[in-house]
Design a protein around this ligand. Structure first.
Ligand code: PLP
Length: 382
């Protein structure tokens, strides 16, 4: 397969001095310095100035009013859903084309996900599919929308900005507003992605990020939840810090809280990482442009953000013509030690979610057979 062998040569030229992996972190800033400062301060756990500073840095970068750090992106989603009252008597709308954490966070609330199809272009939740499904399967009563089959309320909608490509979030928001359904944007993959000039994650009631080692910046493990609502911010902060009532020496907790607070040690790493974020974004934009040239001259489609939007180009994705071409491409590249991956198995096919309602997932299935992620790391910022 000439496309795959040409691609391997090209990828090895892009990463001449290293193994060609899908996405690795880059530590060329003040990481060691900040982590050392943190250790020397003795504040390595879930209390410390660096957590506060990292929260401020994320607020500044995204334009979000409130940012609350968590131990990972999954807990950020879980805490947000919990705050919106998602429980065992609820449904939550989301997309089947996502990482498993999206549905797991819903299941951690004992709620049942309902899988809505994605757009072919953005690979994020399809506003058309969402509106059709809501129109055909729900009724609204007193400001709450119910799923007809179970009679249970739909308490939230979790669209995801796939690979950093912004979903059509404004349209999704408009539809969800009409049905009184709050949105949590799973922006785990989209730090640095904007819809016109507004950062992804700032449209819904909450937005959540992940700082896992494979994301655009990392804290080792980590997450963040952002919101514009002071009430929700207070609630999330309280819930993620064991629901302790503030007092200088007494221990009193007024709810079953979670120990979800990001440790200071991880925030130290995050502070050094976010200082390099704009350089990382510049590098990734150039890398994406090189991939666009390579693939468009060979008649292969590469995923791009919509006109007016900005992707962070976290993971580049190509769309091959069919499943067998995809399988050949995966085989040839991985055999040559150029790491490429198919998109996740649709969540609607996993044993724990296959009984959940879905809308047919036409585009999701089409993409699942064709999408391949290609190496997208920053090689060096030096
Ligand atoms: C990475 C990721 C998460 C959360 O990941 P953690 O590993 O828990 O930080 C959630 N959703 C999506 C789509 C992701 O890619």
């Amino acid at each position: 397969m000439k496309l795959a062998t040409d691609f391997c040569k090209f990828a090895k030229e892009l990463y001449p001095k290293e193994k060609v992996v899908l996405h690795r972190p880059i530590f060329e800033g003040r990481e060691l310095e900040y982590v050392t400062t943190c250790i020397n301060s003795n504040f390595v756990s879930s209390v410390g100035q660096m957590v506060v500073d990292f929260e401020c840095a994320v607020s500044d970068f995204t334009g979000a009013t409130y940012a609350i750090a968590c131990v990972n992106g999954t807990t950020a989603l879980h805490a947000g859903l919990h705050c919106l009252g998602v429980d065992s008597e609820s449904h939550v709308l989301t997309q089947a084309l996502s990482f498993v954490a999206t549905a797991n966070a819903i299941a951690h609330c004992s709620a049942e996900p309902i899988f809505i199809d994605v757009d072919l272009e953005t690979m994020g939740m399809s506003s058309v599919a969402l509106e059709n499904w809501l129109c055909e399967n729900t009724y609204t009563n007193d400001g709450v929308t119910f799923y007809e089959v179970t009679g249970k309320p739909i308490r939230a909608c979790v669209p995801m900005h796939t690979f950093g490509l912004p979903a059509r979030i404004e349209k999704i928001l408009e539809i969800c507003d009409a049905y009184y359904i709050p949105i949590i944007e799973d922006a785990a993959e989209s730090l640095g992605s904007f819809v016109t000039n507004k950062h992804t994650g700032t449209f819904g009631s909450f937005g959540t990020f992940s700082f896992n080692g494979n994301k655009i910046i990392t804290t080792g493990g980590g997450g963040m939840i952002i919101t514009e609502s002071e009430m929700l911010a207070r609630k999330v902060k309280h819930l993620t810090t064991t629901a302790k009532v503030p007092h200088s020496f007494e221990f009193f907790h007024d709810a079953i809280g979670f120990n979800y607070r990001m440790p200071n040690l991880n925030a130290a790493l995050g502070l050094a990482q976010i200082e390099r974020l704009s350089d990382i974004l510049d590098y990734k934009k150039k890398l994406h442009e090189q991939y666009v040239d390579f693939f468009s001259s060979r008649g292969i489609e590469i995923a791009k953000s919509q006109v007016g939007d900005t992707s962070n180009h976290w993971l580049n994705a190509i769309i091959l013509r069919n499943k067998s071409e995809r399988d050949k491409f995966l085989h040839v590249t991985n055999s040559a030690e150029v790491m490429t991956r198919p998109v996740w198995a649709l969540l609607s096919t996993l044993p724990m979610y296959k009984h959940c309602p879905n809308d047919g997932l036409k585009n999701s299935k089409w993409l699942a057979d064709r999408v391949v992620n290609i190496p997208s790391s920053v090689s060096t910022l030096r």
